[in-house]
Structure formats: structure tokens, C-alpha cells
Design a protein around this ligand. Sequence first.
Ligand code: KG4
Ligand code: ZN
Length: 345
Amino acid sequence: MLVLGIETSCDETGVGLYDTAGPGLLAHALHSQVAMHDAYGGVVPELASRDHVRRIVPLAREVLGRADRRAENLDAIAYTQGPGLAGALLVGASFAQGLAFALGVPAIGVHHLEGHLLSPLLGAHPPAFPFVALLVSGGHTQLMRVEGLGRYELLGETQDDAAGEAFDKTAKLLGLGYPGGPALSVLAKSGTPGRYRLPRPMLASGDLDFSFSGLKTAVLTLVRKEGGGLPLAPQFCADVAHAFQDAVTDVLVAKSQAALHATNLYRLVVSGGVGANSALRSKLSTASRRHRFETFYPELELCTDNGAMIAYAAAARLEASRTVPTHRRFNVHPRWELATRVLPD
Ligand code: KG4
Ligand code: ZN
């Protein structure tokens, strides 16, 4: 079964092509709008939607061309139905539904986070079910128990800012542009370990929830107290970046371990943009050796938003279920809890 996946939930237009008959992912392509939004310090929803409109058709053509397939070969079109920016989601949904209608094949709405949490299954060494998933993106920070396809139990989540959002806000404070997560993690490498210590929010809360907005405020206070005014010295910025990253990753690792312990599972899947963070990966690798659990990541290029994970989630669902949607009504869900998702019969 050949499935085209469309991702337009935020500021990346992604298209992927997955073949269940093998070898799996045939091709995928991405256009990032980061440079366009950088001037505004964050995503401008209307600009995001308009850019998706411009990019989606050429990207879909490119992916089909690279895989040497034609639109007529497609068995289904998958698209991110939510959560995300309403206008941006509607571009992908309309394109997918229109193409599916023209080809007479089903269009399948996919939950964006389901795409992220299944993305390690696209790798060379996929994890077996059940596992604990740590979803760490710009919009979400959640721990899930994943029993099987479509069987997701929310174990804990952030009470305020997402981890990626905290990275981005701290990076902005340090003058690193948007989205600052990757730049902050590069800067942190030249920071002095232990020069500053920031709080580890909710580390001892006894549950699996997170909170990152206080950490951002702690960074602001530190910058005001110790920064010596603008412009901030490069080494000071690096030391703060190091302290911030150290605090966030300590919490993410500790809570992931607690989730494995609480569920009695020993496989951890890490996905979403922050999963690309090298400090997080290195701490998890140390913890996994010490506490004997296995950690799985998507391929680095599939950590952030992409169409491949959307194509895969729909393909897996199509294979698991005998019936496919035949109706042509559609809507998007800008807010949508993954744990409430149930597989169609
Ligand atoms: O999963 P994603 O591409 O989009 C959402 O669904 O949100 O995640 C984007 C987030 C941004 O906040 C970005 O700053 C963060 O992931 N990010 C990182 C790194 N790479 C991306 N944060 C820390 N370290 C990184 N290496
Ligand atoms: Zn995402």
C-alpha cells in the first residue's frame, strides 16, 4: 500500500511517501519556514499558511519523482489533522482531501503527536511494543505509555511551557534568533559546567508532570543579576545556555526514568524536536546503561516535523484496520489530545 503523508501543522511543509510492501519509506522532503519567521521572532500563522500553499504541490511532485512513482499509484493520502495552527492545518487537509478525491482513494487524518511517537519505527532498529514515549517538541512535553498502535495512555505532561518552547524563549533572551533550541544547544557546548545552577522544576513532585515556565523566569533573573547589561558577553551567554540545558535535560531524564519505573517497562522512545538535543541523548545513554533500559530515537532528520511520520502512522493504521474511511467530510483539530485517540474499527 502506497501512502503519501502531508505535514503542515506549524512552520514546516513536509511530504513523505511510505510503501507497506517494502522497503518502507521511499522518499521524503521538507521545506522549513524558519528563515521567513525569524524576522518576527516566532511563527506568524497567516504567513505560515500562505507559505504551505506555495510549497505543497512542488514538494509532493518532488517526492513522487524521487521515488519514481506517479500520483495514480497512491492508495491513500494522509495529512496532519491536528493539533497545530488552524490555517496551516487546513492547507494540508484541503490538499490531501482534494488529491484523494481526484484519485478516488481515502484521505486519512493523522494526529501530529502519533506521527512523532511512531517515528522511531521508521528506523533500522525499531522498538517493539509496549514502550514509554517521551514526546518533547515546541508545543508538547508528554510521557506516554504506548501499548500498541492507537493505544496511548498519558502518564504526565507539562503544566505550562513545553520543553522546546522553554529552549526557544531562553534562546531569544540570549539573542539567538528563532527557533533557538538548536543554536542554544551549540552555544551550551562552550559553557562552563557548574558556573551557574538553575532550578530543576518539579523534580521531586512525585508525579510525571513537568513545568518549565519558572525556569525561563529563573534565566531572566540570572541575566538581570549577573549579565552586566546589554550586550551580554558571549561567555556569559554560553554559561547560561549550559546551565539551562543542564536543568531541562536533568528533569527530562529523571522523569523518563520514573515513567519506566512506574510502568515496569524498559524501552524508552524519544521523539519531537528536542529529541535531537545531544546533551539529552548523552544523559539518557548514561542512564540507560546504569538502569538497564533501551532508548530509541527517530533518524535525526525525522526528529523534527516531517511528512514521513504522517505517511507511516496512516500506513500502519491502514494495515491494522480492515476498513478505510470513505466519507469526504473533513475538519481539522487545532487542539486535540492524543490519549483520547482511538483506532477506527
Ligand atoms: O517537533 P518539532 O519540530 O515541532 C513541534 O511539533 O513543535 O520541535 C521543534 C522544537 C523547537 O522548539 C526547537 O527549538 C526544538 O524543537 N529543538 C531543539 C533542538 N532541535 C530542535 N531543542 C533543543 N536542542 C536541539 N538540538
Ligand atoms: Zn512536531
